[in-house]
Ligand binder design. Structure first.
Ligand SMILES: *Cc1c(COP(=O)(O)O)cnc(C)c1O
Length: 355
C-alpha cells in the first residue's frame, strides 16, 4: 500500500502584540519577528531579521539526531522612563560561547550576537507594552546543527536563530521539590555546565517520576555521593539561613546562572554573608529538624526567584520559611527594581537599546 503524500503548511504567528493571549502561558506565543544567521564554509554569514516563520529542515539535519543544539534564555525590559534594556547580555554571550565550545559547535562573533538581539528587540518593541508594567520579553538565542547527513559526525553547517516571547512577571507558586538521590543530571567531565538540549531531555523522566509523587520538580544531587545539592530544573538552588546566602559552587556540573551571580552580588552588597560551598542535603535536613528558619529558592531568568516551601528528603517532607517578609523576596524586589530602572544600576547590568 502507498501512503498519500502529505503537503502541510506549518502555521506561523498570527497573534497581535499586546493581546492578553500573548502572556497567559509561558513560551507559547512568538513575537512577530526572528533573527537568523547561517554558518557554512567556516564562517557565519551576515544575519537577517525576518517575520517569525517555520524552518525548512531536512529530516537528515544533524541536530535532529545527535544533539548538537545549544540555547540561551534572557530577558528584555521596558524601564520606568520608557527605554528598553537587556539584562546582562555579556554574561549570556559568554555562557553561550562556553556551551558551543563544549558541544563542538562554532563560536559566535560578539557583534553577531549583540546585533541580532538588538535588532530583534528593537523591531518587536511594541510587544513590550507601556501599560503592562511587568511585561518582559523572554529571548531565546539558539544554535542548531543543520548539515544534512545521517552519519554521526561534527556538523559543518549550523543555524543561529533568535526568537522571543512575551512573559508577565508572574508570582511563582511556592514549589514542592524532592531531593533526587538515584537519577543524575550531570557528572564531572560531562556537559552539565552547558545549555545544550540533551541535558533537558534526559531530565524529563526523573522529573515525571517526581510529579507522580506529588512534587513539582527534583533537586539534583552530585553524581558520585548522591548527597551534595546541585540545582533544580532550569534554576540554581539557594538557601538563606541566619542572614547567610548559601549556594553550591560552580563545579562544571551546574549552570553558571546569571540570576545566581546577580543575587550573590546583591546579597553581599546589602550585608549578607555569601557562601559558595558544597551543601549536603543532610545538612539542610539537620537545619530543618532543629527548627531553624530556613529559606530555600530557585534562581533563574524566567521566575527570578521561585520560593521552595516543601523539600522531600529520604522519604520525608520538610517545610521551609516562605512568609512575605522572607529575605528572598527582598532580593527579588531589588533585582526587579534595578532591571526596571526604579533602583540605581550600580554595576551596569542593564544594556540599553537605542530606539
Ligand atoms: C538556564 C539555567 C539556569 C539559570 O540560569 P539563568 O542565567 O539565571 O537563567 C540554571 N540551571 C539550569 C540547568 C539552566 O538551564
Amino acid at each position: 500500500m502507498n501512503y498519500p503524500e502529505a503537503v502541510e503548511n506549518m502555521q506561523t504567528n498570527t497573534t497581535q502584540a499586546g493581546s492578553g493571549e500573548a502572556t497567559s502561558e509561558f513560551g507559547k506565543v512568538p513575537t512577530s519577528h526572528m533573527f537568523q544567521s547561517v554558518y557554512s564554509n567556516g564562517h557565519w554569514q551576515a544575519g537577517k531579521l525576518m517575520p517569525f516563520q517555520a524552518l525548512a529542515l531536512s529530516p537528515f539535519s544533524l541536530c535532529l539526531h545527535y544533539g548538537q543544539t545549544v540555547f540561551e534564555g534572557m530577558k528584555a525590559f521596558r524601564t520606568v522612563n520608557g527605554t528598553i534594556s537587556l539584562f546582562r547580555p555579556d554574561l549570556h554571550y559568554k555562557r553561550m560561547q562556553e556551551s558551543l565550545q563544549r558541544m563542538c559547535m562554532p563560536g559566535l562573533p560578539p557583534s553577531l550576537f549583540m546585533e541580532g538581539l538588538e535588532s530583534l528587540v528593537r523591531r518587536d518593541a511594541e510587544w513590550l507594552t507601556n501599560d503592562v508594567e511587568e511585561t518582559a520579553l523572554y529571548i531565546r538565542p539558539f544554535v542548531i546543527a543543520t548539515e544534512t547527513r545521517l552519519g554521526v559526525k561534527i556538523a559543518d553547517q549550523y543555524h543561529f536563530l533568535i526568537v522571543a516571547t512575551p512573559i508577565t512577571q508572574y508570582y511563582s507558586k511556592p514549589l514542592s521539590l524532592k531531593v533526587e538521590t538515584s537519577y543524575v543530571r550531570a557528572a564531572p567531565g560531562g556537559a552539565g555546565f552547558a545549555k545544550n538540549g540533551g541535558n533537558y531531555g534526559a531530565a524529563f523522566y526523573p522529573y515525571s517520576q517526581a510529579l507522580t509523587q506529588g512534587y513539582d520538580q527534583v533537586i539534583w544531587t552530585d553524581a558520585i555521593q548522591h548527597e551534595f545539592i546541585e540545582e533544580s530544573g532550569t534554576m540554581n538552588i539557594m538557601f538563606i539561613i541566619e542572614n547567610r546566602l548559601i549556594t553550591p559552587p560552580l563545579s562544571g556540573t551546574i549552570l553558571d546562572g546569571v540570576t545566581r551571580r546577580s543575587l550573590l552580588q546583591l546579597a553581599a552588597s546589602v550585608g549578607m554573608t555569601v557562601e559558595e560551598r558544597r551543601i549536603s542535603y543532610k545538612e539542610v535536613k539537620k537545619w530543618l529538624e532543629e527548627n531553624k528558619k530556613v529559606e530555600a529558592f530557585g534562581a533563574g531568568t524566567a521566575a527570578v526567584i521561585a520560593p521552595i516551601e516543601r523539600i522531600g528528603m529520604d522519604g520525608q517532607d520538610y517545610m521551609t520559611y516562605t512568609a512575605a517578609d522572607a529575605i528572598m523576596f527582598r532580593l527579588q524586589r531589588d533585582l526587579e527594581n534595578i532591571r526596571r530602572g526604579r533602583q540605581s544600576d550600580n554595576w551596569n547590568w542593564n544594556h540599553f537599546i537605542a530606539p
